[in-house]
Design a protein around this ligand. Structure first.
Ligand SMILES: Nc1ncnc2c1ncn2[C@@H]1O[C@H](COP(=O)(O)OP(=O)(O)OP(=O)(O)O)[C@@H](O)[C@H]1O
Ligand SMILES: [Mg+2]
Length: 464
Protein backbone atom coordinates (compact mmCIF):
# COMPACT_ATOMS: atom_id res chain seq x y z
CA UNK A 1 0.00 0.00 0.00
CA UNK A 2 1.24 3.48 -0.81
CA UNK A 3 2.37 5.81 1.98
CA UNK A 4 -0.66 7.76 3.19
CA UNK A 5 -0.99 11.08 5.02
CA UNK A 6 -2.92 10.69 8.27
CA UNK A 7 -4.13 13.33 10.66
CA UNK A 8 -4.77 12.34 14.27
CA UNK A 9 -6.88 14.78 16.30
CA UNK A 10 -6.93 13.86 19.99
CA UNK A 11 -6.15 15.90 23.07
CA UNK A 12 -4.54 13.03 25.01
CA UNK A 13 -0.84 13.02 24.11
CA UNK A 14 -0.49 9.32 24.98
CA UNK A 15 -3.15 8.40 22.44
CA UNK A 16 -2.11 10.92 19.80
CA UNK A 17 1.54 9.98 19.91
CA UNK A 18 0.79 6.27 20.31
CA UNK A 19 -1.44 6.25 17.22
CA UNK A 20 1.17 8.23 15.29
CA UNK A 21 3.84 5.69 16.16
CA UNK A 22 1.71 2.74 15.10
CA UNK A 23 0.74 4.43 11.83
CA UNK A 24 4.38 5.19 11.16
CA UNK A 25 5.25 1.54 11.72
CA UNK A 26 2.62 0.70 9.13
CA UNK A 27 4.63 2.80 6.69
CA UNK A 28 2.45 5.93 6.69
CA UNK A 29 3.01 9.56 7.36
CA UNK A 30 0.99 10.59 10.43
CA UNK A 31 0.76 13.94 12.15
CA UNK A 32 -0.94 14.68 15.44
CA UNK A 33 -2.67 17.69 16.94
CA UNK A 34 -4.63 18.14 20.16
CA UNK A 35 -7.41 20.59 19.31
CA UNK A 36 -10.14 21.05 16.75
CA UNK A 37 -8.78 24.49 15.87
CA UNK A 38 -5.41 23.06 15.07
CA UNK A 39 -7.00 20.16 13.20
CA UNK A 40 -9.05 22.48 10.99
CA UNK A 41 -5.97 24.51 10.16
CA UNK A 42 -3.95 21.47 9.17
CA UNK A 43 -6.76 20.11 7.03
CA UNK A 44 -6.87 23.40 5.10
CA UNK A 45 -3.12 23.42 4.62
CA UNK A 46 -2.24 19.82 3.87
CA UNK A 47 -3.59 16.91 1.89
CA UNK A 48 -4.79 14.00 3.96
CA UNK A 49 -6.04 10.52 3.13
CA UNK A 50 -7.46 9.64 6.52
CA UNK A 51 -8.39 11.37 9.77
CA UNK A 52 -8.52 9.73 13.20
CA UNK A 53 -10.82 11.94 15.20
CA UNK A 54 -11.55 11.92 18.92
CA UNK A 55 -15.20 12.41 19.73
CA UNK A 56 -14.40 14.66 22.74
CA UNK A 57 -12.07 17.56 22.18
CA UNK A 58 -11.26 20.36 24.60
CA UNK A 59 -12.36 23.18 22.30
CA UNK A 60 -15.09 21.65 20.14
CA UNK A 61 -17.45 18.73 19.74
CA UNK A 62 -15.77 16.00 17.67
CA UNK A 63 -19.11 15.12 16.14
CA UNK A 64 -19.54 18.68 14.86
CA UNK A 65 -16.03 18.62 13.45
CA UNK A 66 -16.92 15.39 11.66
CA UNK A 67 -19.81 17.28 10.08
CA UNK A 68 -17.55 20.08 8.93
CA UNK A 69 -14.97 17.70 7.51
CA UNK A 70 -17.68 15.93 5.62
CA UNK A 71 -18.88 19.17 4.07
CA UNK A 72 -15.47 20.56 3.22
CA UNK A 73 -13.80 17.31 2.18
CA UNK A 74 -16.55 14.89 1.17
CA UNK A 75 -14.08 12.26 -0.03
CA UNK A 76 -12.01 12.20 3.15
CA UNK A 77 -12.34 9.07 5.32
CA UNK A 78 -12.72 9.61 9.07
CA UNK A 79 -12.36 7.04 11.84
CA UNK A 80 -14.00 8.23 15.08
CA UNK A 81 -12.30 7.39 18.35
CA UNK A 82 -14.83 7.10 21.12
CA UNK A 83 -13.94 7.16 24.79
CA UNK A 84 -17.15 6.57 26.67
CA UNK A 85 -18.76 5.07 23.70
CA UNK A 86 -22.42 4.42 23.59
CA UNK A 87 -24.21 2.73 20.80
CA UNK A 88 -26.24 5.87 20.17
CA UNK A 89 -23.14 7.93 19.67
CA UNK A 90 -21.66 5.38 17.36
CA UNK A 91 -24.87 5.25 15.35
CA UNK A 92 -24.79 9.02 15.07
CA UNK A 93 -21.17 9.04 13.94
CA UNK A 94 -21.75 6.40 11.30
CA UNK A 95 -24.85 8.25 10.09
CA UNK A 96 -22.83 11.41 9.80
CA UNK A 97 -20.53 9.59 7.44
CA UNK A 98 -17.66 8.30 9.59
CA UNK A 99 -16.01 5.38 7.83
CA UNK A 100 -15.39 3.44 11.03
CA UNK A 101 -15.03 3.87 14.77
CA UNK A 102 -12.63 2.65 17.42
CA UNK A 103 -13.53 2.23 21.03
CA UNK A 104 -10.92 3.36 23.51
CA UNK A 105 -8.90 1.67 24.79
CA UNK A 106 -8.02 -0.11 21.54
CA UNK A 107 -5.12 -2.40 20.81
CA UNK A 108 -2.35 -1.83 18.27
CA UNK A 109 -3.91 -4.61 16.24
CA UNK A 110 -7.36 -2.98 16.22
CA UNK A 111 -5.94 0.38 15.19
CA UNK A 112 -3.76 -1.18 12.47
CA UNK A 113 -6.71 -3.13 11.10
CA UNK A 114 -9.03 -0.12 11.06
CA UNK A 115 -6.43 2.11 9.39
CA UNK A 116 -5.50 -0.50 6.81
CA UNK A 117 -9.15 -1.19 6.01
CA UNK A 118 -9.93 2.50 5.60
CA UNK A 119 -6.88 3.15 3.42
CA UNK A 120 -7.66 0.13 1.27
CA UNK A 121 -11.09 1.62 0.71
CA UNK A 122 -9.59 5.02 -0.13
CA UNK A 123 -7.32 3.34 -2.67
CA UNK A 124 -10.14 1.27 -4.14
CA UNK A 125 -12.37 4.34 -4.61
CA UNK A 126 -9.54 6.24 -6.14
CA UNK A 127 -8.58 3.42 -8.54
CA UNK A 128 -12.19 2.75 -9.44
CA UNK A 129 -12.84 6.39 -10.32
CA UNK A 130 -9.65 6.61 -12.29
CA UNK A 131 -10.32 3.40 -14.23
CA UNK A 132 -13.90 4.44 -14.92
CA UNK A 133 -12.78 7.71 -16.48
CA UNK A 134 -9.93 6.26 -18.47
CA UNK A 135 -10.99 5.63 -22.04
CA UNK A 136 -7.94 3.83 -23.31
CA UNK A 137 -5.20 2.01 -21.59
CA UNK A 138 -1.66 2.17 -22.82
CA UNK A 139 0.17 -1.09 -23.03
CA UNK A 140 3.83 -1.62 -23.21
CA UNK A 141 2.98 -5.18 -24.20
CA UNK A 142 0.21 -5.47 -26.71
CA UNK A 143 -3.07 -5.81 -24.81
CA UNK A 144 -1.49 -7.38 -21.74
CA UNK A 145 -2.78 -5.79 -18.56
CA UNK A 146 -0.93 -5.85 -15.26
CA UNK A 147 1.52 -3.94 -13.14
CA UNK A 148 1.37 -5.85 -9.85
CA UNK A 149 4.64 -6.65 -8.08
CA UNK A 150 4.05 -10.33 -8.93
CA UNK A 151 3.73 -9.77 -12.68
CA UNK A 152 6.42 -7.12 -13.27
CA UNK A 153 9.31 -9.63 -13.11
CA UNK A 154 7.53 -11.62 -15.85
CA UNK A 155 7.53 -8.58 -18.17
CA UNK A 156 11.17 -7.99 -17.36
CA UNK A 157 12.08 -11.60 -18.09
CA UNK A 158 10.21 -11.49 -21.40
CA UNK A 159 11.93 -8.28 -22.47
CA UNK A 160 15.32 -9.83 -21.74
CA UNK A 161 14.80 -13.22 -23.34
CA UNK A 162 12.69 -12.16 -26.35
CA UNK A 163 15.55 -11.05 -28.66
CA UNK A 164 17.55 -14.25 -28.04
CA UNK A 165 16.89 -17.69 -29.50
CA UNK A 166 16.70 -19.35 -26.10
CA UNK A 167 14.03 -21.94 -25.43
CA UNK A 168 11.52 -20.75 -22.85
CA UNK A 169 9.29 -22.78 -20.55
CA UNK A 170 6.22 -20.96 -19.20
CA UNK A 171 4.67 -22.52 -16.11
CA UNK A 172 1.31 -21.44 -14.81
CA UNK A 173 -2.18 -22.56 -13.91
CA UNK A 174 -4.84 -22.70 -16.56
CA UNK A 175 -5.99 -19.26 -17.70
CA UNK A 176 -3.02 -17.29 -16.34
CA UNK A 177 -2.08 -16.07 -19.81
CA UNK A 178 0.63 -18.48 -20.91
CA UNK A 179 -0.30 -18.28 -24.58
CA UNK A 180 -0.77 -14.52 -24.45
CA UNK A 181 2.70 -13.98 -22.94
CA UNK A 182 4.25 -16.45 -25.38
CA UNK A 183 2.76 -14.41 -28.23
CA UNK A 184 4.18 -11.21 -26.72
CA UNK A 185 7.58 -12.82 -26.49
CA UNK A 186 7.43 -13.76 -30.17
CA UNK A 187 6.29 -10.25 -31.11
CA UNK A 188 9.38 -8.77 -29.46
CA UNK A 189 11.76 -11.24 -31.07
CA UNK A 190 13.62 -11.15 -34.37
CA UNK A 191 11.08 -13.67 -35.67
CA UNK A 192 8.12 -11.29 -35.29
CA UNK A 193 7.59 -11.01 -39.06
CA UNK A 194 6.75 -14.70 -39.24
CA UNK A 195 3.49 -16.10 -37.86
CA UNK A 196 3.36 -17.33 -34.27
CA UNK A 197 2.27 -20.97 -34.29
CA UNK A 198 0.51 -22.42 -31.25
CA UNK A 199 -0.09 -26.15 -30.84
CA UNK A 200 -1.98 -27.68 -27.94
CA UNK A 201 -0.22 -31.01 -27.40
CA UNK A 202 -3.20 -32.42 -25.51
CA UNK A 203 -5.61 -31.81 -28.39
CA UNK A 204 -4.16 -34.43 -30.75
CA UNK A 205 -3.71 -38.18 -30.69
CA UNK A 206 -0.03 -39.14 -30.52
CA UNK A 207 0.23 -40.27 -34.15
CA UNK A 208 -1.60 -37.24 -35.47
CA UNK A 209 0.55 -34.88 -33.41
CA UNK A 210 3.73 -36.55 -34.63
CA UNK A 211 2.74 -36.11 -38.24
CA UNK A 212 1.51 -32.52 -37.58
CA UNK A 213 4.87 -31.56 -36.11
CA UNK A 214 7.33 -33.52 -38.23
CA UNK A 215 5.31 -34.27 -41.38
CA UNK A 216 5.18 -37.67 -43.04
CA UNK A 217 6.21 -39.32 -46.28
CA UNK A 218 3.89 -41.00 -48.72
CA UNK A 219 2.99 -44.52 -47.55
CA UNK A 220 4.09 -43.93 -43.94
CA UNK A 221 0.71 -45.20 -42.75
CA UNK A 222 -2.67 -46.08 -44.22
CA UNK A 223 -4.11 -42.97 -45.79
CA UNK A 224 -0.75 -41.24 -46.24
CA UNK A 225 -1.15 -40.98 -49.98
CA UNK A 226 1.42 -38.21 -50.39
CA UNK A 227 4.23 -36.44 -48.57
CA UNK A 228 3.06 -33.89 -46.01
CA UNK A 229 5.06 -31.00 -44.60
CA UNK A 230 5.12 -30.75 -40.83
CA UNK A 231 5.12 -27.56 -38.77
CA UNK A 232 8.88 -27.74 -38.30
CA UNK A 233 9.24 -27.32 -42.04
CA UNK A 234 6.30 -25.05 -42.83
CA UNK A 235 7.03 -22.65 -39.99
CA UNK A 236 10.79 -22.68 -40.35
CA UNK A 237 12.30 -19.49 -38.94
CA UNK A 238 9.34 -18.75 -36.70
CA UNK A 239 8.32 -19.47 -33.09
CA UNK A 240 6.40 -22.58 -32.06
CA UNK A 241 4.34 -22.48 -28.88
CA UNK A 242 3.89 -25.99 -27.50
CA UNK A 243 1.08 -25.87 -24.98
CA UNK A 244 0.63 -28.68 -22.41
CA UNK A 245 4.03 -30.29 -23.13
CA UNK A 246 3.46 -32.55 -20.14
CA UNK A 247 1.11 -34.54 -22.37
CA UNK A 248 3.72 -35.37 -25.02
CA UNK A 249 4.28 -39.07 -25.49
CA UNK A 250 7.81 -40.41 -24.86
CA UNK A 251 8.48 -41.07 -28.53
CA UNK A 252 7.67 -37.47 -29.51
CA UNK A 253 9.68 -36.24 -26.53
CA UNK A 254 12.73 -37.99 -27.99
CA UNK A 255 12.19 -36.41 -31.40
CA UNK A 256 11.64 -32.99 -29.88
CA UNK A 257 14.85 -33.29 -27.89
CA UNK A 258 16.74 -33.92 -31.10
CA UNK A 259 15.21 -30.79 -32.68
CA UNK A 260 16.26 -28.76 -29.67
CA UNK A 261 19.78 -30.18 -29.54
CA UNK A 262 20.69 -30.36 -33.23
CA UNK A 263 17.85 -28.67 -35.14
CA UNK A 264 17.26 -32.04 -36.84
CA UNK A 265 14.32 -34.41 -37.25
CA UNK A 266 12.95 -37.14 -39.52
CA UNK A 267 9.39 -37.01 -40.93
CA UNK A 268 7.21 -39.99 -40.00
CA UNK A 269 8.19 -42.95 -42.22
CA UNK A 270 11.08 -40.97 -43.76
CA UNK A 271 14.78 -41.78 -43.81
CA UNK A 272 16.36 -38.48 -44.64
CA UNK A 273 17.19 -36.01 -41.92
CA UNK A 274 15.71 -32.53 -42.22
CA UNK A 275 16.97 -29.35 -40.67
CA UNK A 276 14.85 -26.70 -38.99
CA UNK A 277 15.31 -23.41 -37.24
CA UNK A 278 12.32 -22.95 -34.95
CA UNK A 279 12.30 -21.33 -31.57
CA UNK A 280 10.34 -23.30 -29.01
CA UNK A 281 8.27 -21.80 -26.23
CA UNK A 282 6.78 -24.60 -24.18
CA UNK A 283 4.06 -24.28 -21.56
CA UNK A 284 2.69 -26.48 -18.87
CA UNK A 285 0.16 -26.24 -16.08
CA UNK A 286 1.36 -29.52 -14.56
CA UNK A 287 4.41 -30.08 -12.45
CA UNK A 288 6.96 -31.33 -14.96
CA UNK A 289 9.41 -32.29 -12.22
CA UNK A 290 6.84 -34.73 -10.84
CA UNK A 291 6.25 -36.14 -14.30
CA UNK A 292 9.97 -36.58 -14.62
CA UNK A 293 10.13 -38.46 -11.33
CA UNK A 294 7.32 -40.84 -12.27
CA UNK A 295 9.07 -41.56 -15.58
CA UNK A 296 6.54 -39.98 -17.93
CA UNK A 297 8.76 -37.03 -18.87
CA UNK A 298 12.35 -37.31 -20.07
CA UNK A 299 14.79 -35.57 -17.74
CA UNK A 300 17.06 -34.52 -20.63
CA UNK A 301 14.13 -32.88 -22.40
CA UNK A 302 13.00 -31.25 -19.18
CA UNK A 303 16.42 -29.66 -18.61
CA UNK A 304 16.63 -28.63 -22.26
CA UNK A 305 13.21 -26.91 -22.08
CA UNK A 306 13.86 -25.43 -18.68
CA UNK A 307 16.79 -23.27 -19.79
CA UNK A 308 14.75 -20.13 -19.19
CA UNK A 309 11.69 -20.80 -17.02
CA UNK A 310 9.01 -18.15 -16.52
CA UNK A 311 6.44 -18.66 -13.78
CA UNK A 312 3.11 -16.95 -14.31
CA UNK A 313 1.53 -16.32 -10.91
CA UNK A 314 -2.13 -17.21 -10.43
CA UNK A 315 -4.50 -14.24 -10.34
CA UNK A 316 -5.18 -14.68 -6.60
CA UNK A 317 -1.51 -13.83 -6.01
CA UNK A 318 -1.74 -10.58 -7.97
CA UNK A 319 -5.04 -9.15 -6.81
CA UNK A 320 -3.76 -5.64 -7.57
CA UNK A 321 -4.25 -6.43 -11.27
CA UNK A 322 -7.93 -7.36 -10.91
CA UNK A 323 -9.43 -3.82 -11.17
CA UNK A 324 -7.46 -3.01 -14.32
CA UNK A 325 -8.20 -6.37 -15.91
CA UNK A 326 -11.89 -6.06 -15.04
CA UNK A 327 -12.11 -2.61 -16.65
CA UNK A 328 -10.06 -3.75 -19.62
CA UNK A 329 -12.51 -6.56 -20.33
CA UNK A 330 -15.53 -4.39 -19.51
CA UNK A 331 -14.51 -1.80 -22.10
CA UNK A 332 -13.69 -4.52 -24.61
CA UNK A 333 -17.07 -6.26 -24.27
CA UNK A 334 -19.07 -3.02 -24.04
CA UNK A 335 -17.63 -2.04 -27.37
CA UNK A 336 -18.26 -5.46 -28.87
CA UNK A 337 -21.86 -5.57 -27.63
CA UNK A 338 -22.51 -1.89 -28.16
CA UNK A 339 -23.49 -1.45 -24.52
CA UNK A 340 -22.35 1.71 -22.76
CA UNK A 341 -21.84 0.63 -19.14
CA UNK A 342 -20.02 3.13 -16.90
CA UNK A 343 -18.14 0.64 -14.76
CA UNK A 344 -18.25 -1.25 -11.49
CA UNK A 345 -19.50 0.04 -8.14
CA UNK A 346 -16.87 0.16 -5.37
CA UNK A 347 -18.58 -2.81 -3.70
CA UNK A 348 -18.64 -4.91 -6.87
CA UNK A 349 -14.98 -4.19 -7.52
CA UNK A 350 -14.14 -5.19 -3.97
CA UNK A 351 -15.98 -8.50 -4.43
CA UNK A 352 -14.06 -9.17 -7.64
CA UNK A 353 -10.78 -8.41 -5.87
CA UNK A 354 -11.56 -10.77 -3.01
CA UNK A 355 -12.68 -13.69 -5.15
CA UNK A 356 -9.91 -16.33 -5.53
CA UNK A 357 -10.42 -16.90 -9.31
CA UNK A 358 -9.61 -20.62 -9.65
CA UNK A 359 -9.86 -20.19 -13.45
CA UNK A 360 -7.59 -17.14 -13.34
CA UNK A 361 -7.74 -14.36 -15.96
CA UNK A 362 -9.77 -16.44 -18.39
CA UNK A 363 -12.51 -16.86 -15.77
CA UNK A 364 -12.51 -13.14 -14.98
CA UNK A 365 -12.79 -12.37 -18.67
CA UNK A 366 -15.72 -14.77 -19.09
CA UNK A 367 -17.51 -13.39 -16.03
CA UNK A 368 -17.16 -9.81 -17.29
CA UNK A 369 -18.44 -10.83 -20.71
CA UNK A 370 -21.54 -12.35 -19.13
CA UNK A 371 -22.05 -9.28 -16.92
CA UNK A 372 -21.93 -6.92 -19.87
CA UNK A 373 -24.68 -8.94 -21.53
CA UNK A 374 -26.83 -9.31 -18.41
CA UNK A 375 -26.62 -5.93 -16.67
CA UNK A 376 -29.00 -3.21 -17.79
CA UNK A 377 -28.05 -0.50 -15.30
CA UNK A 378 -25.21 1.95 -15.85
CA UNK A 379 -23.09 0.38 -13.12
CA UNK A 380 -22.31 -3.24 -12.38
CA UNK A 381 -23.08 -3.43 -8.65
CA UNK A 382 -22.57 -6.18 -6.08
CA UNK A 383 -26.04 -7.59 -6.57
CA UNK A 384 -25.40 -8.16 -10.29
CA UNK A 385 -22.52 -10.46 -9.40
CA UNK A 386 -24.79 -12.99 -7.71
CA UNK A 387 -24.71 -16.29 -9.50
CA UNK A 388 -21.59 -15.40 -11.48
CA UNK A 389 -19.02 -16.27 -8.81
CA UNK A 390 -19.00 -19.75 -7.36
CA UNK A 391 -19.23 -19.32 -3.58
CA UNK A 392 -17.69 -22.74 -2.94
CA UNK A 393 -14.26 -21.50 -3.85
CA UNK A 394 -12.43 -20.02 -0.96
CA UNK A 395 -8.80 -19.57 -0.22
CA UNK A 396 -8.30 -22.70 1.86
CA UNK A 397 -6.54 -24.64 -0.88
CA UNK A 398 -3.11 -23.15 -0.22
CA UNK A 399 -3.21 -24.06 3.47
CA UNK A 400 -4.60 -27.57 3.33
CA UNK A 401 -3.87 -29.23 6.69
CA UNK A 402 -2.27 -32.68 6.71
CA UNK A 403 -2.78 -33.88 10.32
CA UNK A 404 -5.50 -33.64 12.96
CA UNK A 405 -3.41 -31.18 14.96
CA UNK A 406 -3.01 -28.99 11.89
CA UNK A 407 -6.70 -29.26 11.17
CA UNK A 408 -7.51 -28.07 14.70
CA UNK A 409 -5.04 -25.22 14.44
CA UNK A 410 -6.59 -24.30 11.12
CA UNK A 411 -10.07 -24.34 12.65
CA UNK A 412 -8.90 -22.00 15.42
CA UNK A 413 -7.26 -19.74 12.86
CA UNK A 414 -10.49 -19.58 10.89
CA UNK A 415 -12.44 -18.81 14.05
CA UNK A 416 -10.09 -16.00 14.99
CA UNK A 417 -9.70 -14.42 11.62
CA UNK A 418 -12.95 -15.16 9.85
CA UNK A 419 -15.75 -16.19 12.16
CA UNK A 420 -15.24 -14.09 15.30
CA UNK A 421 -15.03 -10.73 13.51
CA UNK A 422 -18.24 -11.57 11.65
CA UNK A 423 -19.96 -12.64 14.87
CA UNK A 424 -18.88 -9.42 16.59
CA UNK A 425 -20.02 -7.29 13.71
CA UNK A 426 -23.41 -9.03 13.63
CA UNK A 427 -23.93 -8.27 17.33
CA UNK A 428 -22.83 -4.68 16.92
CA UNK A 429 -25.08 -4.10 13.94
CA UNK A 430 -28.06 -5.64 15.72
CA UNK A 431 -27.37 -3.48 18.79
CA UNK A 432 -27.04 -0.34 16.72
CA UNK A 433 -30.28 -1.08 14.89
CA UNK A 434 -32.03 -1.69 18.23
CA UNK A 435 -30.61 1.43 19.91
CA UNK A 436 -28.61 -0.67 22.35
CA UNK A 437 -31.53 -2.73 23.63
CA UNK A 438 -30.26 -6.29 24.13
CA UNK A 439 -33.68 -7.96 24.08
CA UNK A 440 -34.66 -6.29 20.84
CA UNK A 441 -31.26 -6.96 19.28
CA UNK A 442 -31.41 -10.64 20.25
CA UNK A 443 -34.89 -10.94 18.78
CA UNK A 444 -33.77 -9.22 15.63
CA UNK A 445 -31.13 -11.86 14.89
CA UNK A 446 -33.25 -14.74 16.18
CA UNK A 447 -31.20 -15.51 19.28
CA UNK A 448 -32.08 -16.13 22.91
CA UNK A 449 -31.50 -13.03 25.03
CA UNK A 450 -29.14 -14.89 27.37
CA UNK A 451 -27.03 -16.25 24.51
CA UNK A 452 -26.87 -12.85 22.89
CA UNK A 453 -25.82 -11.31 26.16
CA UNK A 454 -23.06 -13.90 26.68
CA UNK A 455 -21.68 -13.19 23.24
CA UNK A 456 -21.78 -9.43 23.86
CA UNK A 457 -19.62 -10.05 26.93
CA UNK A 458 -17.30 -12.41 25.05
CA UNK A 459 -16.59 -9.70 22.49
CA UNK A 460 -16.39 -6.96 25.05
CA UNK A 461 -19.00 -4.85 23.29
CA UNK A 462 -20.21 -1.86 25.25
CA UNK A 463 -23.83 -0.87 24.86
CA UNK A 464 -26.57 1.22 26.54
N1 LIG B 1 -2.64 -10.06 -18.37
C1 LIG B 1 -3.64 -10.21 -19.23
N2 LIG B 1 -4.18 -9.13 -19.84
C2 LIG B 1 -5.21 -9.27 -20.70
N3 LIG B 1 -5.77 -10.44 -21.02
C3 LIG B 1 -5.28 -11.55 -20.46
C4 LIG B 1 -4.19 -11.50 -19.53
N4 LIG B 1 -3.90 -12.75 -19.14
C5 LIG B 1 -4.76 -13.56 -19.77
N5 LIG B 1 -5.59 -12.85 -20.57
C6 LIG B 1 -6.69 -13.41 -21.40
O1 LIG B 1 -7.21 -14.53 -20.69
C7 LIG B 1 -7.48 -15.62 -21.56
C8 LIG B 1 -6.64 -16.82 -21.16
O2 LIG B 1 -5.27 -16.61 -21.46
P1 LIG B 1 -4.34 -17.75 -22.11
O3 LIG B 1 -5.10 -18.53 -23.12
O4 LIG B 1 -3.09 -17.10 -22.56
O5 LIG B 1 -4.10 -18.64 -20.81
P2 LIG B 1 -3.32 -20.02 -20.67
O6 LIG B 1 -2.46 -19.88 -19.47
O7 LIG B 1 -2.67 -20.36 -21.96
O8 LIG B 1 -4.48 -21.02 -20.33
P3 LIG B 1 -4.52 -22.64 -20.52
O9 LIG B 1 -3.54 -23.23 -19.55
O10 LIG B 1 -5.92 -23.00 -20.12
O11 LIG B 1 -4.18 -22.91 -21.94
C9 LIG B 1 -7.16 -15.12 -22.95
O12 LIG B 1 -8.35 -14.65 -23.54
C10 LIG B 1 -6.19 -13.98 -22.72
O13 LIG B 1 -6.26 -13.05 -23.76
MG1 LIG C 1 -3.08 -22.01 -23.18
Amino acid sequence: MRKANLLIIDDEPAIGQGCAMICKDLGHNPSWCGTATDGRKRLQEGEYDLVLLDIRLPDYDGMELLNEIHQDFPELHVIMMTGFSTVQQTVKAMKKGAFDYLEKPFSTEELSQAVTKALKNVQLRHDNLHLRQQLFQRFEFNNIVGDSPAILPVFEAIKKVAPTDTTVLINGESGTGKELFAGALHARSGRAEKPFIAIDCSAFSTSLLESELFGHVKGAFTGADRDKQGIFEAANGSTLFLDEVANLDLNIQAKLLRVLEYGQYKPVGGRSIKKTDIRIIAASNQDLENKMLDGSFRPDLYYRLNVFPIDLPPLRQRKEDIPKLAYHFLKQFCKKNNKPLDGFSDGALETLINYPWPGNVRQLKNVVERLVIMVDEQLVDSSSLHGHLDARHHEAEDTMPATLAELKAYKQHLLDTQYNPVEKSLLQKALIASSGNISKAAKRVGMQRSNFSTLVKKHNISHS
